[in-house]
Design a protein around this ligand. Structure first.
Ligand code: DX5
Ligand code: ZN
Length: 216
């Protein structure tokens, strides 16, 4: 599988979200990573579905929505209407995971489940065969610009091996602290979608930075 880069808008100039999404796409980002925080599942609050809809008017983006919210089942409709192509919710949230995945599929949206750094990979095994993506958090959810947690690397390898057995098409996304130094480590472990915020939006040359992340 080719490596994809999903540009996390949390790392962008937040007063220029539409323009920043266009800049990321034109610089080679495959997806736009849209981080939703509800002030409950995580303390921070980011942006909601109305903002997402406005960004979507600025271009044709693949919207990779990451819900860091306590009741994703109650939020899905908003973010489906907001223009999401893929929605990822947390296994640690208070929604029934199986039901939430079914709701997404019924709406024709790809489904992902995210795990916090300390959540064991086994927790998503019951759902793996029906998922399009698993997101391994490589920082604690809540903020952009944090340092990569090395102890998450074995989890990436473990889920890749399990997926090769049960769900070969499963995409493995990593999120948090991805840059030129950490990208080779996660790719070697088996990640195929790299979320990056501060590294690419802060780069002098965004196109080059994205290219570096994708290098085999
Ligand atoms: C953290 C978010 C990440 C974050 C990534 O809660 O889920 O998507 O914005 O940002 P960087 O690449 O700066 O770690
Ligand atoms: Zn994210």
């Amino acid at each position: 599988m080719d490596i994809k880069v999903s540009a996390s808008l949390l790392g962008a100039d937040l007063s220029e979200l539409g323009t920043e999404a266009v800049r990321a796409k034109n610089s080679g980002a495959d997806w736009i990573h849209y981080d939703v925080m509800d002030g409950k599942f995580v303390e921070n609050i980011s942006f909601g579905s109305e903002v997402q809809k406005s960004i979507g008017k600025k271009g044709n983006f693949f919207m990779d929505t990451h819900l860091m919210v306590s009741r994703p089942d109650k939020q899905l409709d908003y973010f489906i209407k907001g223009g999401s192509d893929l929605i990822t919710f947390h296994i640690e949230s208070d929604s029934d995971a199986d039901h939430t995945v079914n709701m997404l599929h019924q709406a024709g949206i790809a489904a992902g489940i995210a795990l916090k750094p300390s959540t064991p990979v086994e927790s998503i095994y019951p759902f793996i065969e029906k998922l399009e993506l698993v997101l391994i958090m490589t920082v604690e959810p809540g903020y952009g610009g944090q340092g990569f947690l090395n102890y998450t690397l074995p989890k990436i390898k473990q889920i890749r091996e399990k997926a090769d057995e049960l769900r070969p098409s499963l995409m493995i996304e990593v999120d948090g602290g991805i840059n030129m130094e950490t990208a080779p480590l996660v790719k070697k472990a088996g990640a195929d979608v790299l979320v990056s915020g501060s590294y690419i939006f802060g780069a002098e040359n965004m196109r080059e930075a994205i290219q570096k992340l994708k290098e085999k």
